[in-house]
Design a protein around this ligand. Structure first.
Ligand SMILES: Cc1cc2nc3c(=O)[nH]c(=O)nc-3n(C[C@H](O)[C@H](O)[C@H](O)COP(=O)(O)OP(=O)(O)OC[C@H]3O[C@@H](n4cnc5c(N)ncnc54)[C@H](O)[C@@H]3O)c2cc1C
Length: 364
């Protein structure tokens, strides 16, 4: 397939790029989406404005409470960045799942989000991270939240003549875990379904739950119903299952030769569950769970229950047995109350453990 003929112009500044961006001109970054589209003659620009030589659009810097990622950063630049690994680890983990090594070395984050393929990976990660996209027009610059940026099928809030210059990603706090998971198309690795989840676990419960999906609908979106189902709740299998069940409801789900609407919706729920469970798995300090003090944590760890995920996978009766085995004195003291307490624990009401912890104080 051969594209229609076009002029080519390489620019070295944002001002030059904007001045050239008129008529049927198009920005060229990594070319990994635009060139195939041109070969298929879905795009027939008169001029390509190559922005890969603009130094101001490269690099990742520390902006205080956020990271500033230049639009021309390749996927690999982001995956490999120590700043990203330290402050927005999900972008490094999830970015590494984009395409293959050639795609990651050439494709850029600016090109990916401007193209807004519903199956692209960055959009969900940026929405879940609370990122902002900075765009520059000939007269002014605008900051657009990632939530508002992806407006439809290959559509964004970017206006004609605007250039994406930076992506601002808030640094995640010490108690926040973010995970991106996807069911990839086996050849391209694009997401048939992709889920980005960020959860703050300070205080033992799931706070500031942020869940975004791509591949599922015409554009990446924040799944507010799934978020609400987990917000403020304990890290417990039942609560994670409730969030997963709520996912992709009330959404116009895509259907294509790779996955029917029904299958995609099912995958969305499965992958929300996987993302949240994987986020749990990264939290290994059981004392962060409300009601678990050092003694119960020690008893659980001695029994091989070392992470939130492992805790959530245990039934309340198993947890009770572990604690009772560690302190038979307590079991004898309160035999009648166990069933009720176990039921509360099964419902994710870990504050009951606080009571156990108080009574165990000095015992385990
Ligand atoms: C085989 C293959 C597998 C892939 N697999 C995946 C995958 O698994 N996951 C995934 O997310 N992506 C995947 N991609 C897409 C890849 O990530 C692309 O690199 C990306 O979508 C586009 O980035 P680019 O820099 O190549 O942009 P280009 O192709 O150069 O440009 C794409 C569009 O963005 C515009 N544009 C570029 N930069 C800017 C800017 N700064 N401001 C405004 N507009 C701009 C261009 O005008 C064009 O319309 C795959 C691509 C290929 C070829």
């Amino acid at each position: 397939m051969i594209p229609t003929s076009f002029d080519y112009k390489k620019v070295t500044s944002v001002a030059d790029a904007l001045a050239s961006l008129n008529g049927d001109a198009k920005i060229l970054a990594g070319g990994h989406s635009l060139i195939p589209a041109m070969k298929l003659r879905l795009n027939q620009p008169a001029t390509l404005i190559d922005i890969t030589g603009i130094a101001a659009l490269k690099g990742i810097s520390d902006g205080g409470d956020k990271l500033i990622i230049g639009a021309n950063c390749t996927h690999h630049d982001i995956v490999d960045s120590d700043l990203v690994k330290s402050h927005c680890a999900m972008l490094s983990q999830g970015g590494d799942m984009i395409g293959d090594i050639q795609v990651r070395n050439k494709g850029t984050i600016g090109g990916s989000i401007a193209h807004a393929d519903p199956a692209a990976d960055w959009p969900a990660m940026l929405i879940a991270s609370g990122a902002t996209i900075r765009v520059q027009g000939s007269d002014n610059s605008r900051d657009i939240s990632a939530d508002d940026f992806f407006t439809g099928f290959y559509e964004t809030a970017l206006q004609e003549g605007e250039l994406i210059t930076e992506i601002h990603v808030p640094k995640q706090g010490a108690d926040t875990v973010g995970v991106y998971v996807k069911f990839p198309q086996p050849a391209s690795r694009f997401a048939i379904v992709g889920v980005a989840a960020m959860v703050n676990h300070s205080g033992g419960n799931c706070n500031n739950v942020s869940i975004a999906l791509n591949g599922v609908a015409g554009n990446a979106f924040r799944d507010t119903a799934a978020q609400a189902a987990l917000e403020g709740k304990a890290y417990h299998a039942d609560n994670i299952a409730a969030a997963a069940n709520a996912a992709a409801e009330g959404v116009e789900v895509l259907s294509d030769p790779f996955a029917s609407e029904k299958y995609r919706k099912h995958l969305a729920k499965v992958y929300v569950k996987r993302a949240l469970s994987a986020a749990n798995n990264q939290v290994d300090d059981l004392t962060k769970v409300e009601g678990i003090g050092p003694k119960i944590a020690e008893a659980l760890q001695a029994a091989g229950v070392k992470t939130y995920a492992q805790l959530a996978s245990k039934s309340s009766v198993e947890i009770k047995d572990i604690i009772v085995a560690a302190n038979s004195r307590f079991a004898n003291a309160n035999p009648g109350t166990w069933p009720a307490q176990a039921k509360l624990a099964a419902e994710g009401k870990w504050d009951t453990l606080k009571k156990w912890q108080d009574e165990l104080d000095g015992g385990v």
